[in-house]
Design a protein around this ligand. Structure first.
Ligand code: PLP
Length: 354
């Protein structure tokens, strides 16, 4: 039986996408070859890459606005450095909202001067700082839209005169936003878009080419753009599966359709966390993530009973990250609302037993 998959990443994919990609592993396009054994220079794969790149821009409403989409490798972690290599000349501002922001800061600091405009570290990152200035003479401002580990999410973004760079690894394609407020967006595929192995970068071309540094080719966004996201062998299977997910999303009604569904799931989850006296939410209410709900069990003695009940209900991947403890329900795009209902049912059943 298929489990209710609350894993934080790699994470759940639409069942339809898993079916289609597994068919392509056996025989891609009824061509007698597997997707795993075709050339990335074949017409069939170039079509896949172009489709994936254009769907990404289309879903974000960025077509014809000077943006390019790239499917790269090395994970979001490589982007921590690549962003700085391509955009950092003197100084950049970073908003520190968690483990991933801190890592982005650490890598960029290896190249030049980074200023933390604000941080919620003193409160173990359980909220999003809101009052801060972004100096207009900095090269760029960097933020993390969704803090996967702590379960907080930026509900709005600051007005920013300089290019705004955003790590959207764990909430990419989950909601409607004015995506043209960003100069660069990046996201590892494995949380809301596809299997591990590729990273989406959406970049406004006119912010590039402004640093004096000599950028190594593989780290240079311009080189990847000039080569149609095929400067070197791309991760063929991960790009194909991501393309299938983007098609699935488009058929579902795009970002409007998925946002409605994600809101319903999050409301259901948080209302149980708030109403059930056995559980306590970790993140500040106004900053709660619609993707990752973090919570703890107030009475440690019930831990074993709760976890046995979860197992019996086929609920998987609920353990919290070690820096927060407790539980984390990741409710990515592909998670059906039935899975949230199953979890909420177990939580209220525990209450009736206790
Ligand atoms: C998971 C995650 C990362 C790290 O992604 P990798 O692809 O493993 O490098 C970075 N940022 C955020 C917000 C994440 O959730």
């Amino acid at each position: 039986m298929k489990k209710h998959n609350f894993s934080a990443g790699p994470s759940i994919l639409p069942q339809e996408v898993i079916m289609k990609s597994s068919e392509a592993v056996l025989d891609f396009n009824n061509d007698g070859l597997s997707i795993l054994e075709i050339s990335h220079r074949s017409k069939a794969f170039i079509d896949v890459m172009e489709k994936a790149r254009s769907l990404a821009l289309e879903l974000m409403g960025l077509e014809g606005k000077g943006y390019k989409a790239l499917f790269l490798q090395g994970g979001a972690s490589t982007q921590f450095l690549m962003v700085a290599m391509n955009l950092l000349e003197k100084r950049a501002g970073y908003l520190n909202t968690g483990t991933w922001s801190s890592k982005a800061i650490k890598e960029a600091k290896k190249l030049d001067d980074i200023y933390e405009v604000a941080s919620s570290k003193e409160a173990n990152f359980n909220y999003i700082p809101k009052e801060y200035d972004i100096p207009s003479d900095y090269d760029y401002f960097h933020c993390t839209s969704n803090n996967t580990i702590f379960g907080t999410q930026l509900k709005s973004f600051p007005k920013c005169e300089i290019p705004m760079v955003c790590d959207m690894s764990s909430d990419i394609f989950s909601r409607q936003l004015d995506y043209s407020q960003f100069g660069l967006i990046y996201a590892g595929a494995q949380k809301n878009m596809g299997p591990a192995g590729t990273t989406l970068v959406v970049v406004k071309e006119d912010i590039l080419g402004k640093v004096s540094r000599n950028i190594p080719s593989i780290m240079d966004y311009k080189v990847h753009i000039e080569n149609g996201s095929m400067f070197n062998t791309p991760p063929v299977f991960a790009v194909y599966t991501s393309m299938l997910t983007l098609e699935w999303l488009k058929n579902l009604g795009g970002l409007k359709g998925i946002e409605d569904l994600n809101e319903k799931k999050a409301r259901l989850m948080y209302s149980e966390i708030d109403l059930n006296p056995l559980f306590k939410g970790f993140a500040a209410k106004e900053d709660r993530s619609f993707m990752n709900a973090t919570f703890t069990l107030e009475n440690e003695n019930l831990k074993e009973t709760f976890e046995t009940m979860l197992k019996e209900a086929g609920i998987s991947g609920l353990n919290g990250h070690r820096s927060v403890g407790g539980y984390r329900a990741s409710m990515y795009n592909a998670l059906p609302i039935e899975s949230v209902k199953a979890l909420v049912e177990v939580m209220s059943e525990l209450e009736s037993k206790a």
